[in-house]
Design a binder for this molecule. Structure first.
Ligand SMILES: *Cc1c(COP(=O)(O)O)cnc(C)c1O
Length: 357
């Protein structure tokens, strides 16, 4: 575990990183360390995986849903700023699909208002904004090594990056049942017991969010492959996007010039209104006529029963609604053989052509 943490600190160029059981656990500790109370507000992306928001809801704070930018399809300073008020205590951003948000400006916004900033970088290992890696901007940044992500530590795993030394000092105890060494006890080293147990946050009971050593050993090895994996994903994504560029009805996430994309996923928006066709027509045609199974991802969180029942069913996120209702995500596993990938491009071209007639 220590080696994986040291390797990760070196990879990201940060002083404090903690290997942890999952990205959700990292988000959970981030939410706890943000010191949120009922009545406080947290700005959370509406278009993301539920784990981005759940730990913040659990604190009793009120979730305020931030819309996406229609071109990059991630939250932006423009969609976050109007939600900030005196009750706002934290901003959570997600570098969705692997594309970093505009972190230079979002960090400035958080600093200006004295608000904590949390990065959900589960999908963005190795991505960068303005030359800085995703996960180096926030007070807390959370990474996932779940089996679906760009690198995985045997199916589950995560990393929590913490900016302040004061917060970092609290993580080992919160992560492992409040355990900590006793100060030097001299000759009677066994008195009163092997290790001490205490609160790191007064009154807040600690967890066990530890990760196994085998997972960490694999994590260290896989970190060395991040650059190569990202390059392979980039080449494929660019090939796909270029091969479909004449079909203006299909648009991809636009990557700002100052950003590098980790290409975790390959989503697109379909606007077939000129041909009187919908996204569902495209998915149906791809699946049942051409055998390409695409999926629809990241249901706006305010539409889920979980958040509705908790009173977070209201949002003003027109870009999220429009994008989600017209999006589809293409199969993009790294292990997909090249021939299959090329076939998918060919069949997608055929499906789009079919829908134009
Ligand atoms: C996968 C994912 C998570 C959760 O990661 P786990 O390691 O499975 O807990 C959180 N946020 C986003 C955006 C994800 O894609």
């Amino acid at each position: 575990m220590r080696q994986f943490e040291a390797d990760f600190r070196a990879f990201l160029g940060v002083p404090h990183a903690f290997a942890i059981s999952s990205c959700t656990a990292a988000l959970e500790l981030s939410a706890v360390l943000c010191d949120l109370k009922p009545g406080d507000e947290v700005i959370v992306p509406a278009h993301t995986f539920a784990a981005t928001a759940i730990p913040f809801a659990r604190t009793g704070a009120t979730l305020k849903w931030a819309d996406i930018d229609p071109a990059t399809r991630v939250v932006s300073p423009e969609t976050i700023a109007p939600l900030i008020n005196k009750k706002t205590k934290a901003i959570v951003v997600v570098h969705l699909y692997g594309l970093p948000c505009d972190m230079t400006r979002i960090s400035a916004l958080a600093k200006e208002h004295g608000i904590k900033l949390v990065e959900d970088a589960a999908q963005a290992l190795g991505a960068s904004a303005d030359g800085e890696l995703a996960g180096t901007f926030g007070d807390f940044s959370c990474f996932s090594f779940h089996g679906h992500k760009n690198i995985s530590t045997l199916g589950e795993g995560g990393m929590l990056v913490v900016k302040s030394p004061q917060d970092a000092a609290k993580v080992p105890g919160l992560r492992h049942n409040g355990g900590r060494p006793y100060p030097d006890r001299g000759e009677s080293y066994w008195i009163p017991a092997m290790s001490d147990v205490d609160f790191d946050i007064p009154g807040f009971w600690p967890y066990n969010f530890c990760i196994g050593e085998v997972q960490c050993a694999l994590g260290s090895a896989l970190l060395k492959r991040v650059a190569a994996t990202s390059e392979k994903r980039k080449v494929r994504a660019q090939k796909f996007i270029l091969a479909l560029s004449e079909f203006k009805e299909l648009t991809f996430q636009s990557t700002p010039k100052n950003c590098t994309h980790a290409w975790h996923l390959l989503p697109a928006q379909y606007d077939g209104s000129r041909f009187k066709k919908t996204r569902d027509d495209l998915i149906r045609t791809l699946a049942y006529e051409f055998g390409v199974q695409t999926v629809v991802q990241y249901y706006p969180l305010y539409r889920y029963p979980l958040f509705k029942k908790a009173g977070f069913g209201e949002a003003s996120c027109p870009n999220t609604d429009r994008y989600f209702d017209n999006m589809l995500s293409f199969p993009f596993q790294e292990w997909m053989p090249e021939e299959e990938f090329e076939l998918m491009i060919e069949l997608t071209r055929k499906a789009l052509t079919r829908l134009r007639s």
